[in-house]
Design a protein around this ligand. Sequence first.
Ligand code: UDP
Length: 245
Amino acid sequence: MFSNILGYKIFNKSKEKLIEFVFARKKICIISGNPEVLLNGMNNKNLYDTFNSDDFIIIPDGVGTVVSAKIAGQPVQEKIAGIEVMDELLRISNEKGYRVYLLGASEDVIQRCKSNIINKYKNIDICGCRNGYFKNDEMNEIVEEIKVSRADILFVALGSPKQENFIIENMQQLPCRIYMPVGGSFDIFAGKLNRAPKIMLKLGLEWLYRVWKEPFRIKRLGKIPKFILIVFFNRIGLVRKTLVK
Ligand code: UDP
């Protein structure tokens, strides 16, 4: 069920199996394992250990991770995009009445994201939402608000690793069952950004589309080959240890 890439346990079955796995757990956080997130974890032992712990599952989000899995000799069945998992969780919530809380992005984006979700899923219960530009001393208030909302599912869009750290710090005191850091997904639901055209998604070129639309991402693009190279050197035995300090 898992591929081992640099010590990370990466889920290697289909998206449908992932959803089954997630709903069979009492509490779980779904990590979109793209090279940037995985590299963040490799430079921070706490993040790395937490991603590999029982309450977390890492999905192969992005062509960089899919290629790395092949290089590691542990291929995954398919790429699982975080935004597609989010959409599926929203669809199921709409059907089963699960309560959803949205935390992150700008006020304008979160409001548009919420109303577009409600337009798409007419019966959905968005039990709370809040923008992601808060001060540290507002954290307790936000956590209280999520508790009071009795959310079943919490999506957090604060950018990485802030969103993962928010969940790690608060997950045990919150009542939600499913937690998911979702990066720029609220921007996509809000219509501020589009996903790449289907052909680019198929060819594994979503990263190219994102850089084209948001050129500032070019600096972050280097993380994909960096991660792939580390996996490659690891495979051929040139790097025996991971980066974890
Ligand atoms: N964001 C936020 N608070 C912050 C920093 C970022 O709410 O302090 C939001 C930002 O507005 C965006 C989302 O986090 O909607 C994702 O950011 P980014 O594009 O960096 O994430 P990626 O998709 O690259 O993981």
